[in-house]
Design a protein around this ligand. Structure first.
Ligand SMILES: Cc1cc2nc3c(=O)[nH]c(=O)nc-3n(C[C@H](O)[C@H](O)[C@H](O)COP(=O)(O)OP(=O)(O)OC[C@H]3O[C@@H](n4cnc5c(N)ncnc54)[C@H](O)[C@@H]3O)c2cc1C
Ligand code: SF4
Length: 332
């Protein structure tokens, strides 16, 4: 492990000032919250900061959930949010995404902010034994392109990187049109969560819009009566303690037995939580009959590109959408 200095700033302003001394991704100064992802990356030599700035004790951990909307302090843990009665009742898709993530031990430690910013599970990124990884070492190539790419993306990729974003929670929140609050030296501002993560393009090592020193302080979701009829479906290689092969978060507004509006985001298929506006538009006015849902779900395949081992995801994501919509629609 690369040696580093652990900074324990007095307050959030001091943390922002320390963080602002870094550049963007893979810079000499990094934040650490619950540490469940960061410590692995330090141990594996993937991250090599000179200074690690602890956010422990500096951020809000309150949870507010009800008909008025959802507000999650960035320090709230995955376990606390998953078990919150207001989240379970009004935003089941959030609770389900968290309960389907990681293990109880990890969920007790990991925070909301860290969850959104966890790094990809691409095995070539996480093993420095592979030289070619544009995300870890810019302009070094991409070992996954002609390598083992079963877990990789079929949407939103570039010739430089085909890694998927790993967070289940982020997928659920993007389907809910969530925003994040960000603190920097100038104060706080809010951005749609859907804009946080960037597509890889020519710079896969720059994963988010966050600038040096910026800290996520909270996640908010506006009042959303339809969110009670929501569901997170996760398809994975084993029943627990596994990342998504494909996932679908669905929020349904019903008009009798027909869909008035569907909001859908996919996980496991793209470098960021992937909204599917064409599918959402095609679902408006249809019933929950799978025969009607399937043609709408098929729209997601337009523009999808497999790389060999992951070709099956193009069919699987359509099936996941159909099943997730049926399940959400069956909710009272
Ligand atoms: C064995 C295992 C299995 C897992 N399975 C799943 C799974 O199935 N699904 C899933 O979604 N996740 C899974 N995870 C990932 C887990 O959810 C993340 O490790 C965790 O959520 C990260 O939160 P943390 O607080 O520990 O972040 P940290 O590890 O402390 O930080 C992660 C990143 O976020 C940055 N950061 C943290 N907080 C902030 C903030 N407030 N503002 C700005 N930057 C910040 C850090 O600088 C770092 O880059 C798994 C992890 C493990 C170890
Ligand atoms: S897919 Fe992205 S993260 Fe994985 S090896 Fe290629 S460049 Fe690296």
């Amino acid at each position: 492990m690369h040696p580093f200095i652990l900074e324990r700033p007095r307050d959030i302003n001091a943390a922002v000032a320390l963080g602002a001394q870094s550049g963007r991704n893979d810079a000499p100064v990094e934040y650490i919250a619950g540490g469940t992802d960061m410590v692995q990356l330090l141990q594996e030599n993937v991250r090599r900061p000179d200074r690690l700035v602890s956010l422990a004790g500096l951020l809000d951990n309150r949870i507010e959930a009800g008909p008025q909307g959802l507000r999650l302090g960035a320090a709230a843990t995955m376990a606390e949010v998953a078990a919150h009665p207001g989240v379970i009742e009004h935003f089941p898709v959030v609770s389900e995404s968290l309960l389907n993530s990681a293990s109880p031990q990890v969920r007790n430690q990991a925070t909301m902010g860290g969850n959104l910013l966890q790094r990809t599970r691409c095995p070539y990124f996480r093993d420095v034994g592979y030289a070619a990884c544009n995300k870890r070492a810019p302009d070094s190539g991409c070992a996954a392109m002609d390598g083992e790419n079963r877990w990789h993306a079929v949407l939103g990729t570039s010739e430089n990187c085909i890694a998927v974003h790993p967070s289940d929670l982020a997928v659920a929140l993007v389907a809910l049109d969530a925003s994040i609050e960000i603190q920097d030296a100038g104060g706080e501002h809010s951005v749609p969560l859907a804009d946080l993560h960037r597509l890889p393009g020519n710079t896969p090592h720059i994963e988010t819009i966050l600038q040096a020193g910026e800290v996520i302080t909270a996640i908010t979701v506006p009042a959303s009566p339809a969110a009670r009829r929501s569901h997170y479906l996760k398809v994975r290689d084993r029943a627990s303690f596994e990342f998504a092969v494909v996932s679908a978060a669905v929020v349904l507004d019903m008009d009798g037995d027909r869909i008035r509006q569907a909001r859908i985001a996919l996980g496991g298929v793209a470098p960021k939580p992937w909204r599917v506006p064409d599918v959402e538009a095609a679902l408006a006015g249809v019933s929950l009959d799978p025969a009607e849902l399937r043609p709408a779900a098929a729209r997601v395949a337009e523009g999808a590109q497999g790389r060999g081992h992951n070709d099956f995801k193009i069919e699987l994501m359509q099936r996941a959408i159909v099943l997730a919509v049926e399940t959400a629609g069956a909710r009272a």
